[in-house]
Design a protein around this ligand. Structure first.
Ligand SMILES: *Cc1c(COP(=O)(O)O)cnc(C)c1O
Length: 397
């Protein structure tokens, strides 16, 4: 197989199309899909040498697969990370980072505003193994510092966060992690590497649900972990190899090919989302609209400093609480009601009764998730049609 080694000087968009490419002797232009569980050896000596790690080459697709390797390499190039490993889902990636690196007696500090299942891992699963945690208001840098303990090994955050699109200053939190000898892991699912590359701001680990913007068309689950070589060697590789959160080569192939159009799609998602945010913020039935690149977003300056675009998500609050929110959702003709995000199709969710229904009411209130709060994952349809759809639904609400 011919590996592309020239990519060191390439720019981002070239990397998205060409990075990590490995061609077979057939010289295919589209990356090959290797649907294989295992690999054969020329002789017993070769099998022995591969298992001893004396020679390279694949052994079993739970440990590695050429299609998966291409996806991992391309993701690492786009994030500016030394290495990457793909997983079956975003949650498999989050769980692998925590469980591979932490042990009994360790402590985690995490931003309170995070994806529901991530919160479950931190609050419910880690304590079962004697790993403590402190949740902080991610936007408050001094709260991160105050929560640090001598046994804090990992800091975890998501920015922009779900569903209220609050931001965390990655560089400031990375500095705190460094000062205390801990690692900062950033869940970059909402921005994608097209809009935000946390390692540029000092994050040690970047985690993705590639189910979202990387797939971009709502087809397949996947996850990626980007990290430094020592984290891979000391923790992740042996954990993935033996516990098996591995991605299917088929899903890795879909997501590899999706990276070719990621930047183009993200540009359009951002343009459409800004249009929808502007429309909503001017509407009399909307009490609040939140979009990171809108000037009235409370952390607008930070958004401009660490992101290349505001992303595809818009949060807003409709006057009249849950009843009005449900009426609005039910009246939509184009935008679907769905808790997924990052699809070409626009999707609307009511966090209080779906994604955040298991979060305690006080916690929900602290996060700013009110009964009238809705989140739209703005898709790639014509923005005029989306605004008209919202307009007619708001009349009913
Ligand atoms: C969807 C999502 C996850 C989980 O990813 P899956 O692929 O659904 O397992 C984690 N974090 C964020 C921010 C997400 O949006």
């Amino acid at each position: 197989m011919a590996t592309n080694k020239k990519c060191g000087k390439w720019r981002k968009r070239t990397l998205a199309v060409r990075g990590g490419e490995m061609r077979t002797p057939f010289q295919e232009t589209s990356e090959a899909l290797f649907m294989t569980s295992g690999y054969a050896y020329e002789n017993a000596e070769e099998a022995e040498a591969r298992f001893k790690g004396e020679i390279g080459g694949y052994q079993y697709s739970r440990f590695g697969n050429p299609t998966v390797s291409m996806f991992e390499e391309r993701m690492a190039l786009l994030e500016g990370a030394p290495v990457g490993r793909a997983t079956a889902t975003g949650m498999a990636a989050v769980t692998a980072v925590f469980l591979s690196a932490l042990r009994t007696g360790d402590h985690v500090v995490a931003a309170r505003a995070m994806f529901g299942s991530c919160l479950h891992v931190v609050e419910q699963i880690l304590p079962r193994f004697g790993i403590g945690f402190t949740l902080v208001d991610g936007a408050d840098t001094s709260a991160w510092e105050a929560a640090m303990k001598p046994n804090t090994r990992m800091l975890f955050l998501e920015t922009p966060s779900n569903p209220t699109l609050s931001l965390v200053d990655i560089a400031a939190v990375a500095q705190i992690a460094n000062k205390h000898g801990a690692r900062l892991a950033v869940d970059n699912a909402f921005a994608s590497p097209a809009l935000q590359r946390p390692m540029e701001f000092g994050a040690h680990i970047v985690i993705h649900s590639s189910t979202k913007y990387i797939d971009g068309q709502g087809r397949a689950l996947g996850g990626v972990i980007l990290c430094h070589q020592d984290f891979l060697d000391d923790h992740l590789q042996v954990f993935i190899r033996n516990t098996g959160p591995s991605i299917s080569p088929f899903n890795a192939w879909l997501h590899l090919k999706s990276l070719e159009t990621l930047e183009l799609r993200m540009k359009q998602h951002c343009e459409n989302a800004q249009r929808v945010a502007d429309f909503l913020s001017g509407h009399k039935k909307v009490t609040r609209a939140l979009y990171p690149f809108s000037p009235d977003h409370p952390q607008h300056n930070l958004a401009k400093a660490q992101m290349d675009g505001g992303g595809g998500l818009v949060a807003f609050e409709v006057a009249g609480g849950k009843a009005a929110a449900f009426k609005l959702a039910n009246a939509l003709k184009i935008i679907d009601i769905s808790n997924n995000l990052g699809d070409a199709k626009s999707l609307l969710t009511h966090p209080e009764t779906t994604t955040h229904s298991k979060v305690a009411p006080e916690e929900r209130a602290a996060l700013g998730i009110t009964p009238g709060m809705m989140r739209i994952s703005v898709g790639l349809e014509d923005a005029d049609d989306l605004c008209e759809d919202l307009d007619q639904a708001l009349k009913v609400a």
